[in-house]
Design a protein around this ligand. Structure first.
Ligand SMILES: *Cc1c(COP(=O)(O)O)cnc(C)c1O
Length: 490
């Protein structure tokens, strides 16, 4: 069962309700009422299992109103060879003691696929389990990557429809093409005249419009979101840390029980929080290195105990980490400080953009987490150095590579380090190209071809021949007309 991080009464909810609802009524995030454990023997046994089997096993520990068979079916469909032709999460040795866990081998070439390929299936079942007769209409405002991953994950899933809004000039040409060429019978994509905030505000307005919600309900629709704070997106992320450990074990790189470190390029704190849960469940992880770009609010927080979003916002070449409010951090605060303190921190954050945790909480956090950041030059240098040593990484992964090096330099820690790789280099081809050889790349899809010619690494399958695909969506509307567009889609 689950309850909200902000509920002193700890009212309990079933997993299906939690996945259907996303966020608790009090604005808190859902957390499990206890942490299930996995023994070393079970980990050794999991090492002989396929990725979907590992996923079904780990998910079944949390989603207790889903059967193992249901979870296995969903995992097999989510992580099938058609979507992940190179396997769900290949682990590559890239240096002595350093490994890259490639989470971007899925249908949109970014790590969000790992959660978004399975979450919609869990949601579809959640609707049935909670007796919901209406269709869930997912509305998403995107500045690029999440929109495409959400579209791919929800397409043709039963009892679900999805509509994505993006700022007409606020996403890259490649991202625009990815969304405009989307297929599926239950999807819609719409560009907004305005910026990302206009799109997001428009979606929020629809969510809080009672009249609109009543009209949607009359027509058989309830609104839902595909947000990264949904437990249904977090839980599938725990799996790949177990998988990484199992792979190291299977390949004889570690012995059973040997501790490893992980380094995670972080934005909303979802990916790295899943590592923390894996550790609480018994996976032998020592340190979690929280890697940030120039938006280093988390680096400062881990070091000083002060979370302060009142700072300059930097646009970087790792845009998915350009975040000043890391929503999932609330879950860590709950686990280390409890409900009352978490509530106080969160209201200080919304009132002043700042809070300071107690010395005890700070200490508990730094027993598990170390924070490092890499600026644009350091990121480009790490990218270039690894490329020259035979490993091509994207810009987000390169932030983590740079941070992992700093951690090693400071500690001389000899444990194996798993660096989490979150996007295909081709997803950010122009910046990757420029980081390697200093030259500006061509506009749009031209950069992909240039990077392929330079590196000889094949373009990720979801990004191949993008400009030759059929454009299915080219509507551009004003932000004020978003609701009208939703009605039309309905
Ligand atoms: C979303 C994203 C991240 C950040 O992950 P969080 O779970 O938000 O910390 C890092 N890299 C890429 C490429 C992403 O898309």
């Amino acid at each position: 069962m689950f309850f909200s991080t902000r509920d002193s009464e700890k009212k309990l909810y079933k997993a299906s309700q939690v996945i259907k609802q996303g966020l608790a009524e009090d604005g808190g995030l859902f957390v499990p009422d206890s942490i299930p454990t996995v023994t070393l023997d079970e980990i050794a046994e999991l090492a002989n299992r396929s990725y979907p089997e590992k996923a079904a096993r780990i998910l079944s520990l949390y989603l207790s109103d889903y059967t193992y068979e249901e979870l296995l079916e969903d995992a097999m469909n989510a992580y099938c060879a058609a979507s992940f032709p190179d396997g769900a999460a290949p682990l590559k040795k890239i240096k002595d003691n350093t490994y890259s866990l490639e989470l971007w081998r899925g249908p949109t070439a970014a790590f969000k696929d790992m959660a978004l390929q399975i979450m919609p299936r869990l949601l579809s079942r959640a609707l049935t389990k909670t007796g919901e007769e209406n269709t869930a209409l997912i509305l998403v405002a995107t500045s690029g990557d999440t929109g495409k991953a959400a579209l791919e994950g929800h397409k043709d899933v039963d009892k679900v429809k999805i509509m994505v809004f993006y700022p007409v000039d606020g996403v890259s040409k490649v991202q625009k093409l990815q969304m405009a060429t989307q297929t599926g019978s239950n999807v819609n994509v719409c560009a907004i005249n305005g910026n990302f905030d206009d799109a997001q505000t428009g979606v929020k307005k629809i969510f809080s419009n009672t009249e609109a919600k009543a009209k949607l309900l009359e027509n058989g629709y309830i609104l839902s979101s595909a947000n990264s704070i949904n437990w249904g997106r977090l839980a599938p992320q725990i799996v790949y840390y177990f998988h990484a450990y199992c792979e190291l074990l299977k390949n004889g790189e570690i012995t059973l029980g040997e501790k490893i470190n992980v380094c995670v390029p972080t934005g909303n704190f979802g990916n790295i929080f899943a590592a923390y849960l894996a550790k609480l469940m018994g996976l032998p992880i020592d340190k979690m290195v929280c890697a940030s770009n120039s938006n280093n609010v988390l680096t400062d927080f881990i070091e000083t105990g002060v979370y302060d979003r009142n700072r300059k916002f930097h646009l970087t070449m790792s845009p998915s980490m350009d975040i000043l409010i890391s929503s999932n951090l609330e879950r860590l605060l709950y686990f280390t400080a409890g409900t009352e303190a978490t509530k106080a921190y969160m209201s200080a954050l919304s009132a002043d953009g700042r809070y300071e945790v107690s010395e005890d909480v700070k200490k508990a956090i730094s027993e598990n987490f170390v924070g490092y950041c890499a600026d644009e030059d350091e990121t480009a240098t790490a990218l270039r150095n690894y490329y020259n040593n035979g490993y091509l990484a994207d810009t987000h992964t390169s932030v983590a590579l740079s941070c992992a090096e700093k951690y090693l330099r400071d500690t001389n820690d000899t444990k194996k380090m798993v660096v989490v790789s979150t996007a295909s280099p081709y997803k950010f081809a122009a910046d990757v190209y420029k980081s390697i050889n200093g030259n500006e790349a061509a506009e749009g899809t031209g950069a992909l071809d240039q990077l392929e010619a330079l590196t000889g690494m094949e373009i990720s399958y979801p990004l191949k021949d993008l400009d030759k695909r059929t454009v299915n969506f080219n509507t551009v509307i004003d932000a004020d007309d978003m609701l009208e567009e939703v009605y039309k889609f309905m």
